[in-house]
Design a binder for this molecule. Structure first.
Ligand SMILES: Nc1ncnc2c1ncn2[C@@H]1O[C@H](COP(=O)(O)OP(=O)(O)O)[C@@H](O)[C@H]1O
Ligand SMILES: [Mg+2]
Length: 385
C-alpha cells in the first residue's frame, strides 16, 4: 500500500485508535503542529514573561513496563501492567500506592525518562504527540532536593532563571518571573534566607521542597511531574506544598504527582486519583469517587477513616504480616477476634477483587471513552489548522 493511500484510509476512520492518530499526525501534520507550537512558544517567550496558555491533554494507553532479569537472559518482571489514563489542565492528579507499587515507574514512563533497562510498550501522548522531557513543555521534580547551601532562595532562582529562560527576555521580565514564582510558592518570608546545608542552618524541609518546585516552574512548563513532593515533610508543610501545586495547576497546567499516603486534608485537594498496586490499576478516576468505587467493590471506607488510609490498608500486603501476627497473639490470649473484611480477607484477595472489579467497572469504561474523546479532539484540531 502506498503511503498516500494509507494516510487517506486513516483519515476516513473516525473511530481511530490513539496509536493510529499518532501515525496519522506524524505523517500529516508534523510540520503544522511543530510550527504552530513553536510559534506559540516563541511569541509567548518574547512578548510576555508568562507562557501563553493553551489547551493541553496528556493521555496514556496500555502502558506496560518490563524489566529483564539477569541481563536480559531468562525471565522478565512486569513493573506496570496496561496502565491507561489521562490528565487535564487545571487539575492535580495523585498517583498513590504502597512502596514498590510502580508510582515512580509510571511517572517516569509518562515523562519519558525510564531507565534504559526498562522496556515500555503502549502510548503516552501530549496533545496527540510523543514528547520527551527536556523540550520545556514537561518538567520533572525528583524526590531529592538538589540545591546549593550557600545561596539564598532569591539567588538560587535568579541563577536558574538567567540560565534557563530565553535570552530574548529583558532583565525586568526575568525579575518579574522570579518575583511571581516566589509569591506563588509562598517563599516571600524566606526569600533572602540561605538554603543551608549540614553545617549551615537554613531553610526548613518544606521551604526547600517548595524552592525545588519553584526551579521547575520558572520555565512555565505545561506539564509538571513530581515524585513524592511531600516525602519527609510534616503534615502542615506537606499541605502547603500540595496547595501550591494546586495553584500552579489552576494556572492551566497539568500537575501529576506520586504520593505515598496523604493526610485527609491533602487527599481532598486532589482532583484525580490513580491508585496502583504491584503495577496494576486499582482505581483511576475522580478522587472523590474512589470511596464509592471501594464501597461498590465490597470494601467500604469506615466512616471515621481517612480514605487514603483505607485504600492503602486494602492493598498494602505489608498489613498481612502484621495482621497474622496480631491475630495469633489475640487467639493465644483467648480474646475474641473481631470479624470484618480486614480479618477475613488477605490483602492479596482484596487486591485481586479490586483489580477485577475496576476492569469491568464504569470507571474503567469511562476512562477508555475519555481517552478516545481526547484523541479525537486532537485529530480534529489538527485538521482544522
Ligand atoms: N530500573 C529498574 N530496574 C529494575 N527494577 C526496577 C527499576 N525501576 C523500578 N524497579 C522496581 O519496580 C518496582 C516499582 O518501583 P517504583 O516505581 O520505584 O515504586 P514506588 O515508586 O511505587 O515505590 C520496585 O520493585 C522496584 O524495585
Ligand atoms: Mg517511588
Amino acid at each position: 500500500m502506498k503511503v498516500e493511500e494509507s494516510t487517506e484510509n486513516e483519515l476516513e476512520q473516525s473511530e481511530m485508535k490513539v496509536e493510529e492518530s499518532t501515525e496519522n499526525e506524524l505523517e500529516q501534520s508534523e510540520m503544522k503542529v511543530e510550527e504552530s507550537t513553536e510559534n506559540e512558544l516563541k511569541q509567548s517567550e518574547s512578548s510576555t514573561v508568562m507562557r501563553e496558555k493553551k489547551e493541553i491533554y496528556l493521555v496514556w494507553e496500555d502502558v506496560t513496563a518490563v524489566v529483564a532479569k539477569n541481563l536480559g537472559k531468562g525471565a522478565t518482571r512486569k513493573l506496570l501492567n496496561r496502565q491507561s489514563g489521562y490528565a487535564l489542565p487545571d487539575r492535580i492528579m495523585a498517583i498513590m500506592g504502597p512502596s514498590g507499587s510502580g508510582k515512580s515507574t509510571l511517572l517516569d514512563a509518562l515523562a519519558g525518562r525510564l531507565s534504559s533497562n526498562v522496556i515500555m510498550s503502549g502510548n503516552v501522548l501530549l496533545n496527540g504527540k510523543q514528547r520527551k522531557i527536556g523540550n520545556g513543555s514537561i518538567s520533572y521534580t525528583t524526590q531529592e532536593d538538589f540545591l546549593f547551601g550557600t545561596l539564598t532562595v532569591k539567588e538560587t532562582l535568579t541563577y536558574s532563571a538567567h540560565l534557563r529562560l530565553p535570552s530574548t527576555m529583558t532583565k525586568d521580565e526575568i525579575n518579574s518571573v522570579i518575583e511571581n514564582t516566589i509569591m506563588k510558592m509562598g517563599l516571600q518570608d524566606c526569600a533572602d534566607n540561605k538554603v543551608g546545608n549540614w553545617h549551615l542552618r537554613g531553610l526548613s524541609g518544606g521551604e526547600k521542597r517548595r524552592l525545588s518546585i519553584s526551579l521547575e516552574i520558572l520555565t512555565q512548563p505545561y506539564v509538571l511531574f513530581l515524585d513524592e513532593p511531600t516525602s519527609g515533610l510534616d503534615s502542615a508543610s506537606a499541605l502547603f506544598v500540595i496547595h501550591a501545586l494546586k495553584n500552579i495547576a489552576l494556572d492551566g497546567r497539568i500537575v501529576v504527582c506520586s504520593i505515598h499516603q496523604p493526610s485527609g486534608y491533602i487527599f481532598d485537594l486532589f482532583d484525580d486519583l490513580c491508585l496502583l498496586s504491584s503495577g496494576e490499576t486499582i482505581y483511576f478516576g475522580e478522587a472523590k469517587l474512589a470511596v464509592k468505587f471501594f464501597a461498590e467493590a465490597g470494601f467500604p471506607c469506615p466512616t471515621r477513616r481517612n480514605p487514603s488510609d483505607h485504600f492503602l490498608r486494602c492493598i498494602n500486603s505489608d498489613f498481612d504480616k502484621m495482621a497474622s501476627t496480631l491475630l495469633r497473639s489475640l487467639r493465644d490470649s483467648a480474646v475474641s477476634v473481631p470479624s470484618n473484611f480486614e480479618t477475613s480477607f488477605t490483602t492479596e484477595d482484596i487486591k485481586a477483587k479490586l483489580i477485577e472489579k475496576y476492569r469491568s467497572s464504569e470507571y474503567s469504561i469511562n476512562t477508555r471513552k475519555k481517552i478516545r474523546q481526547i484523541a479525537l479532539i486532537n485529530v480534529s484540531s489538527l485538521h482544522s489548522r
